[in-house]
Design a protein around this ligand. Structure first.
Ligand SMILES: Nc1ncnc2c1ncn2[C@@H]1O[C@H](COP(=O)(O)OP(=O)(O)OP(=O)(O)O)[C@@H](O)[C@H]1O
Ligand SMILES: [Mg+2]
Length: 390
């Protein structure tokens, strides 16, 4: 089962491109589901059908879902939610805000990926398309297994330690509620699922990211940044889709200036991203909504080809071992200012790479757990970190 995640800056056309892709996949005979994980859902609008938090069928081979995290929590994680809310309330956070606080940042994506896990086990779909919220948020979500595990560990390890203490100090009133056995079991189960979810995200053969942008400065800059971070998070960015391209046939003085500018930006895109596969879709004169328009968009992007096709299987990060006992971690990090990269050796078989304000902890393979870091240098756009095994 393939998982295609569409991402990009606000308003570039992620939802439209996701919807168009999903329709085309279904038309090509793939059993497809599209999920929107943006809290400001517009997928239903794009399809011009009503969607909600339960899976509905929109056309043969195509199901759709607008994920609602409150709904997921209510229906699937009720015991955790209740406990988290009670915990927040005990800390002086009231009512609805406590419910909302119980939602871990990145929880939408976790919920979406838990669906993906189920779909994979059931074998019900050939391909899952995820339409995400704008870049910044999604970048954070991509590191979510670490973030969520941290949150869960922090909250529940403190709690389980205190439960031990509480047993000794019977009669003592605690200033927060203790979780029931049921809650702890749900938490353990969620943690277990999170591990599996992480393996889906790390499966660069079947899980791919496609970045949508427009031929304009801000979108290009943001795409460069997110491409770097996707590499850092080991995501397989297999293509770019440049949407809202003004057709070369457009005329008028205003448009001809705009076209000149656009040509410069298209060049900039190629300079930055070649040899990555780049597809384009033209700006349409009217609102992009409903089946006909979506199919036209799919025609522009995919032509006759099948959107399930893999454009790149290469993982942006790999370990290379040589027989002489030296090893390299090669991380493709284009568009990174060399001076802004910092490396730290962590205590548990890991190194931390800092690029600007983002950080990534890379767990080293056991063979490198105690290896000495000999140094790091750029070879082209590749950060090469050299290790010596002891
Ligand atoms: N090729 C196109 N031609 C004309 N209009 C387009 C095209 N692509 C997208 N649009 C329009 O641009 C607007 C934004 O598109 P869309 O909602 O798909 O973007 P988005 O990236 O999902 O936005 P958000 O970040 O808000 O989720 C919509 O009104 C959509 O109809
Ligand atoms: Mg959208």
């Amino acid at each position: 089962m393939k998982l295609i995640i569409y991402n990009g800056k606000g308003g570039v056309g992620k939802t439209s491109v996701s919807a168009a892709t999903a329709r085309r996949l279904a038309q090509k005979g793939h059993r497809t589901i599209i999920m929107s994980v943006d809290t400001a859902h517009s997928l239903g609008d794009s399809f011009d059908v009503k969607l909600g938090p339960e899976i509905v069928n929109v056309l043969p081979n195509l199901d759709a879902l607008e994920l609602d995290i409150m709904y997921e929590m209510r229906t699937k994680w009720a015991s955790i939610k209740e406990y988290a809310s009670a915990f927040m309330l005990s800390q002086g956070l009231e009512g609805v805000s406590a419910e909302e606080m119980a939602i871990i940042p990145g929880m939408e994506m976790v919920a979406a990926l838990l669906y993906v896990l189920t779909f994979r086990n059931e074998g019900k779909y050939d391909v899952v398309v995820i339409d995400t919220a704008p870049t910044g948020e999604t970048l954070r979500l991509l590191s979510f297994p670490d973030v969520s595990n941290w949150y869960i560990d922090k909250m529940f390890s403190v709690v389980s330690k205190l439960m031990g203490v509480a047993r000794i100090t019977i009669g003592h009133i605690m200033d927060f509620p203790l979780p029931s056995k049921e809650v702890m079991e749900s938490v353990m189960e969620l943690k277990d699922q999170m591990k599996k979810v992480k393996s889906i995200l790390e499966d660069s053969e079947n899980t791919v990211v496609r970045l949508v942008l427009n031929p304009e400065r801000m979108a290009i800059n943001e795409t460069r940044r997110s491409y770097t971070y996707m590499c850092l998070y080991n995501k397989n960015v297999e293509c770019l889709i440049v949407n809202k391209v003004i057709p070369e046939s457009a005329d008028g003085a205003f448009i001809s200036e705009k076209l000149k500018e656009q040509r410069r930006y298209m060049e900039a895109i190629h300079e930055s991203f070649d040899p990555l596969k780049i597809m384009t879709a033209e700006m349409m004169p009217t609102e992009l909504r409903g089946s006909e328009k979506l199919d036209k968009l799919a025609d522009m992007i995919f032509g006759d080809s099948d959107p399930i096709e893999s454009y790149s299987r290469e993982s942006p990060m790999k370990f290379v071992s040589s027989p002489d006992g030296s090893d390299e971690l090669r991380l493709r990090m284009p568009f990174v200012d060399r001076g802004s990269v910092e490396l730290f050796k962590g205590n548990q078989n890991s190194i931390m790479i800092l690029v600007g304000s983002q950080k990534r902890t890379v767990t080293l393979p056991t063979t490198l757990a105690n290896a000495e870091i000999l140094g790091a240098d750029f070879e082209g756009d590749c950060l090469v970190i050299r290790f010596k095994r002891d």
